[in-house]
Design a protein around this ligand. Structure first.
Ligand code: SF4
Length: 350
């Protein structure tokens, strides 16, 4: 039975320029209340099939902006199903952060906060449609850190108009007390507002080239390293001991249950996903399942152990020869250059 639970909240204040995720902007409070009620019912009904014995060891509330919903009924419903020392993460938008909310989350058992800052540049934040300035994000994170030791942020690298060099704001960020930072390369989603702007507004800043984008990742990576955050997965950096246990469980091939619109799940051979507004469930065969659970370890600093997959030795040795992987016995790990092409490497093994 899965020890990990992901709960999705698909509500947002407004659509961010780069986003193509399943999310709804401007939902009424009645819609959000009804959604919470459905989640509470779903949690009640999964009691007998999931984690009833030992309880969930990780729970992740993602979105969207989870705090646009009243999270207390969901936390209350989950409380009897949490293992001792369960990691309970909530993603927060900086505009969600208030002292009463943080107190409620803390009292409800939340012990990890991930705040989506996305950029340190006010012009880029405005272009993204995030609705706050760097200074406001800074104040919000300070409030978070007063109550939560385990707190981090997300950043997007490669947004049009961004400079490669570090800015004075990185100096301020260095004092935030980050325990974790996820750094994502911008992916231009075809149906996003940003893609539309790039197609239609001649004066809009252009996307960086691949080399420029990689340089930006390298600069941010070195900056985070200097703050003591090690890169434990392609996009994830943490002070040792503050790695996200939920995401690590997923990358290490454990089962996870997904609840809510837009949530994905993997329980045994069954995969649940959300497509075109509908929940979908498919069964994969055992060989596909074994491969899938093994493959994503390559994203992490654990590396991929191919002891049970000798057929992968030849293609992976070829990547070693190109300097993209290193090998220690049957374990392969990405080199720094390899992190730039991990998806290509994985595609060779599927
Ligand atoms: S990036 Fe997050 S907050 Fe923005 S629209 Fe997408 S899901 Fe909503």
């Amino acid at each position: 039975m899965p020890a990990n639970l992901y709960v999705h909240f698909p509500f947002c204040r407004r659509k961010c320029s780069y986003c193509a995720l399943h999310s709804r902007a401007g939902a009424s409070s009645a819609e959000r209340e009804a959604y919470v009620a459905r989640l509470v019912t779903a949690i009640g009904s999964c009691q007998s099939q999931a984690a009833a014995d030992v309880g969930f060891s990780t729970v992740y509330f993602g979105g969207g902006s989870p705090a646009l919903c009243d999270l207390l009924p969901v936390l209350d419903a989950l409380a009897p199903r949490l293992a001792k020392d369960c990691e309970v993460t909530v993603e927060l938008h900086p505009l969600d952060v208030t002292v009463p909310l943080l107190n409620t989350l803390h009292a409800g058992g939340v012990n990890r906060i991930s705040m989506g800052v996305q950029s340190l540049d006010d012009a880029i934040l405005a272009d993204m449609g995030r609705g706050y300035s760097f200074a406001e994000a800074e104040r919000a994170f300070a409030l978070v850190r007063e109550r939560f030791d385990n707190a981090g942020i997300d950043l997007i690298v490669g947004y049009p108009g961004e400079t490669v060099a570090l800015s004075p704001r990185h100096g301020r960020l260095a004092k935030w007390g980050l325990r974790h930072c996820s750094v994502y390369s911008l992916i231009l989603e075809e149906h996003s507002i940003l893609a539309h702007r790039l197609r239609s507004a001649a004066e809009h800043p252009r996307l960086p080239s691949d080399d420029e984008a990689l340089n930006r990742i390298a600069v941010v990576s070195r900056f985070l390293g200097a703050l003591g955050l090690h890169r434990y997965e392609i996009s994830s950096y943490a002070v040792p001991g503050y790695e996200c246990r939920h995401n690590l469980a997923v990358w290490r091939g454990e089962d996870y249950l997904g609840l809510g619109e837009g949530a994905a799940g993997r329980v045994g051979l069954v995969r649940t996903s959300w497509e075109n507004g509908q929940a979908r469930s498919v069964r994969v065969d055992a060989a596909v399942d074994r491969k899938e659970r093994a493959l994503f370890r390559l994203r992490t600093c654990d590396g991929l152990d191919i002891a049970a997959f000798p057929e992968w030795a030849e293609p992976l040795d070829a990547f070693c020869a190109q300097g993209l992987l290193s090998r220690s016995s049957t374990v392969y790990r990405l080199t720094e250059r390899g992190t730039e092409v991990c998806d290509t490497i994985l595609a060779e093994l599927v």
